[in-house]
Design a protein around this ligand. Structure first.
Ligand SMILES: C[S@@+](CC[C@H](N)C(=O)[O-])C[C@H]1O[C@@H](n2cnc3c(N)ncnc32)[C@H](O)[C@@H]1O
Length: 220
């Protein structure tokens, strides 16, 4: 179980602070802005595919999933989304987060549906978006499917170095289609090196407010 407290970010959307990891779930410069810029714009919209499968490492509040579900619906693009989470948030915690009020109408509807969906069960969130929330540890889970896109949204390398290891990136690389990508908010040198070390081509992109750079890693 995750012990957390609510924090308001600069764009008016909430995030959580994890007592266990001593880290925030999103940027304090704006949770929604961050998610839209990094994962939806630089990841989901960047890949020109009619159908797309996504793996998220660190499902958290479901914000990335809800914004992606909304974009999938708008683009009418079949999207399968697997979100891995080791510490699922409890419903009373989710109920205190203000996304239901600050997200756009569709996004808010999808976020609420995502919250009440069962763990470890495929659940349609809209006609284009099929979700599985997987209660598992990225360090030990066996990834048998292939994905086009990985949202790498663990806590920072200094908070949980084991998750940013070459062994995990190798596992993700092996579970990615050729031409597929991994996108992450962290542009640190050690992360770039570890990604390149397992075979990714890594590019640095402009970040959202408060963050100079993010990384997009492509499997050649
Ligand atoms: C930065 S937050 C992710 C925020 C999330 N993507 C969202 O949209 O709210 C990092 C998440 O990784 C989860 N996590 C930490 N260690 C993990 C592990 N070993 N395997 C899977 N998830 C993990 C945390 O519980 C937390 O929910």
């Amino acid at each position: 179980m995750a012990s957390t407290k609510i924090v308001r970010t600069a764009d008016g959307s909430d995030t959580l602070y994890s007592e266990q990891h001593k880290a925030h779930y999103h940027s304090l410069h704006g949770a929604i802005l961050e998610s839209l810029h990094i994962f939806v714009k630089s990841g989901y919209k960047h890949l020109a595919l009619n159908e797309i499968s996504i793996l998220e490492v660190g499902f958290g509040t479901g914000l990335n999933a809800a914004l992606t579900a909304s974009k999938a619906n708008e683009m009418n693009r079949k999207t399968t989304y697997t979100g891995i989470e080791l510490y699922p948030l409890e419903k009373p915690t989710l109920a205190k987060i203000n996304y239901g009020a600050v997200l756009k109408k569709d996004e808010s509807i999808f976020w609420k549906k995502i919250n009440i969906s069962e763990w470890n069960t495929e659940t349609p969130i809209n006609d284009s978006f099929l979700l599985t929330k997987l209660h598992a540890d990225i360090c030990t889970v066996n990834l048998s499917d292939l994905y086009h896109l990985v949202y790498f949204d663990a806590f920072a390398p200094e908070d949980q170095p084991e998750v940013w290891s070459s062994a995990i990136f190798q596992k993700l690389f092996n579970a990615t289609n050729r031409g597929g990508i991994l996108i992450t908010y962290c542009s640190k040198g050690i992360v770039k090196q570890a990604l390149r070390g397992v075979g990714y081509k890594v590019e640095r992109l402009a970040g959202p407010p408060g963050k100079r750079h993010i990384l997009r890693a492509v499997k050649p």
